[in-house]
Structures are given as structure tokens and as C-alpha cells.
Design a protein around this ligand. Structure first.
Ligand code: SAH
Length: 346
């Protein structure tokens, strides 16, 4: 019999499981609280749950808890990069960033990734598998427990393409923002996508209040295809239409991410094309000087080029931020830490 993935069950489904296990309904509330509020590391910790139910959980269910395999703490800015071990031996990375306004956790949505963006370390070895809702939640839970402080923001910008793991992502988002769980505000959650148009439209229909970020990286179709193979499937026009649709349905503006790669997408013409494409009230562009990975030859532009690019966008009244380069000293770029520990690199 297939085991029930207990921590991936939304409240109503947990209640259903409890009743079918011959237990009283109120046990679901207790169990949910132990898993998603008190962040219990094992059923053994659940003091008000009867032994018979704990035995049942051990026999019939998987109780997902991620094990911390490594943690690197940046001496520069206190950023922490966690490497977590999954039950099947795979590993995922998550990052804690400390800002004045609170703690932000960046989680992975898949083991590896099949999108193949040329500058990204996560894509080098393809997709291994999707993460379950519990495995996504657990990244936040273990970091919350480790630091003993509230997590105020969650960004799904680690390894993987979240919209390529759509069903599990939705369950995760609902449970993360559930008032009976950590109760993180939907407005404090960001999902970043390389631009899978049909899934962006589906997400708009869910009418969540989360922020959708689109990894654009080029305002020109041909350039975008060179950086991101997924661009061959969806044209820039389709993408911007999907962004508009997301805004119409949710009232939330899509933000644009733009990784600046020296000599590839950092010219004045690139900035003008980007401004033209993204112009509009409330529009936000986040510039990320590319984080070099040693398997590829891409470099980030000089400081001055980045500043000029930003200034030009601002002239066109685009709201621009430059991603603070946090954790540079601790394998900051996506997927680098996992590769190191999996023996791909030294
Ligand atoms: N698959 C999703 C989310 C994961 S990547 C997406 O594509 O949006 C999060 C962001 O980091 C994306 O904008 C991605 O393009 C960018 N990124 C990946 N590797 C990078 C690198 N080496 N330097 C700068 N940005 C990078």
C-alpha cells in the first residue's frame, strides 16, 4: 500500500484521513498544529496524540522532515545557505536572507531543473524530480526552527522551475499561507518563473495575492532564446500578455527579473528595449548582475555598466532595483552548493 504523505495534506484532506483511520475529527486539528505550527520533528513529540494514532502514522504514513546536511553562514551579511537531505538521498538548497524588514527564505521547488538557462548552475544536470508540498514547506520550517525567529517572506527562487511542479506548488502556497500554519501573508510570497505561459495564466485564475516574478533576461526574442531555451516555446508578446492577464485577474503586478550578462544583454539598446516592454504604472524591474558559475564563461558587467543600465531605465520611469549580492562568499548562485556536495565539483 502506498504510504500517505501526511505533511502534504491540506487541512480538509488531513481530516478525511483521520476519520478514515477511525479517529475523532478533532485529532486532525491537533495533528495539523503539531506539524505546521509547532513544527514537530517526529510524531513522538506530539504529547496530546494517543500512542495508537502515532503507531498508525509510523506504519501508514511518511512524515517528512528534512535533515540539515550543511549550513554556510556569510561573514559579510549573515546570509545562511542550507543544504538539506531528503529521504531518498537527494539534496536541495535553501537560503535565509536577513533584511531590516524581516527574515526572507528562498526555497527550491525541484531537485535539479529541466529548463536549461545557460547561466544557471541548477540546470547543468537536468531535472531529477519534483519536490512534494511537504518538502517545500519543510525548508521553511527547518530554517524557522533553526533561527528561532519568525520568517516573514518566502521566495520560490531556488533550484527548479516552480510552474513545472504546478500542483504541488499550489498545495504548498495554500498551506504556507494558511492561518492554521505559519500564516505567512500571501503578499509576502513571491514565485519566480522562467515564463511557462499556460501555467502563468492558470495561476492567475487561482486569484492568490502572491507576487509573480518573471525571469525575462532579454527584451529581444532572439537574445532571450540564446539565454533561455524555454523562450523558443513562448514568444515575448505571449509572455507580456500573460503578465497583463495576471494583473487583471489578481490586481498584482508582475515583477521582471533581468540578469545582466556582460556583452550579452547589457547595452543601452537592451535597456531601451526593456523599458519599452515593461513600461506602465507600478512596473518593477529587478536587475541581477549575473553570478558567474565556473562551468560557463559568463561574466557580470562592470559596476558602471550596471549603474548606467539602471539610470537609463529610470529615465523611462521604470522602477528599478539592483539585487543586493548577498552571500557571495558562500556559493551564492543557485545550485552551486548542492553541486559541491554531490561531488560534481570541488
Ligand atoms: N526557475 C525560476 C526560479 C529559479 S531561478 C525562474 O527561472 O525564475 C531564480 C532567478 O535567478 C531567475 O531569474 C534565474 O534566471 C536567476 N539566475 C539563475 N542563475 C543565475 C546566475 N548564475 N546569476 C544570476 N541570476 C541567476
Amino acid at each position: 500500500m502506498k504510504k500517505t504523505d501526511l505533511k502534504s495534506l491540506p487541512y480538509e484532506e488531513l481530516e478525511h484521513w483521520i476519520v478514515s483511520a477511525g479517529e475523532k475529527k478533532y485529532r486532525a486539528k491537533q495533528l495539523y498544529e503539531w506539524m505546521h505550527r509547532k513544527l514537530a520533528e517526529s510524531p513522538g513529540d506530539m504529547t496530546n496524540i494517543p500512542g495508537s494514532l502515532k503507531d498508525r502514522i509510523r506504519e501508514d504514513c511518511t512524515y517528512t522532515v528534512l535533515k540539515q546536511a550543511a549550513c554556510q553562514i556569510s561573514a559579510q551579511d549573515g546570509t545562511r545557505k542550507y543544504l538539506f537531505l531528503l529521504e531518498d538521498g537527494n539534496m536541495v538548497e535553501s537560503v535565509l536572507m536577513r533584511y531590516k524588514h524581516g527574515n526572507s527564505v528562498c526555497i527550491s521547488s525541484q531537485v535539479g531543473c529541466r529548463m536549461g538557462c545557460v547561466f544557471c548552475a541548477s540546470a547543468l544536470d537536468g531535472l531529477v524530480r519534483n519536490l512534494t508540498p511537504a518538502e517545500m514547506l519543510e525548508q521553511v520550517y527547518r530554517i524557522r526552527a533553526d533561527i528561532g525567529e519568525r520568517v516573514s517572506n518566502v521566495v520560490v527562487m531556488g533550484t527548479g522551475e516552480p510552474l513545472d511542479n504546478y500542483e504541488n506548488l499550489l498545495v504548498f502556497l495554500r498551506m504556507l499561507t494558511d492561518e492554521n500554519g505559519l500564516n505567512i501573508s500571501q503578499r509576502s510570497v513571491t514565485v519566480s518563473t522562467c515564463g511557462i505561459v499556460p501555467k502563468m495564466r492558470a495561476l492567475a485564475e487561482e486569484k492568490l495575492q502572491i507576487t509573480l516574478a518573471l525571469s525575462l533576461h532579454a527584451a529581444d526574442q532572439e537574445k532571450r532564446e540564446r539565454l533561455m531555451p524555454v523562450a523558443k516555446a513562448y514568444g515575448i508578446r505571449e509572455l507580456t500578455d500573460a503578465c497583463r492577464y495576471y494583473f487583471e485577474k489578481t490586481g498584482r503586478r508582475v515583477t521582471f527579473e533581468y540578469s545582466l550578462v556582460a556583452g550579452v544583454n547589457d547595452t543601452k539598446e537592451d535597456a531601451r528595449a526593456l523599458a519599452k516592454l515593461t513600461r506602465g504604472p507600478g512596473c518593477h524591474v529587478n536587475l541581477i548582475p549575473v553570478n558567474p558559475i565556473k562551468e560557463r564563461n559568463y561574466r557580470h558587467p562592470d559596476r558602471k555598466v550596471v549603474a548606467d543600465f539602471k539610470n537609463l531605465l529610470e529615465k523611462y520611469e521604470i522602477h528599478v532595483s539592483i539585487r543586493r549580492e548577498m552571500g557571495r562568499d558562500i556559493d551564492g548562485a543557485c545550485g552551486q552548493l548542492r553541486r559541491k556536495y554531490s561531488g560534481y565539483t570541488e
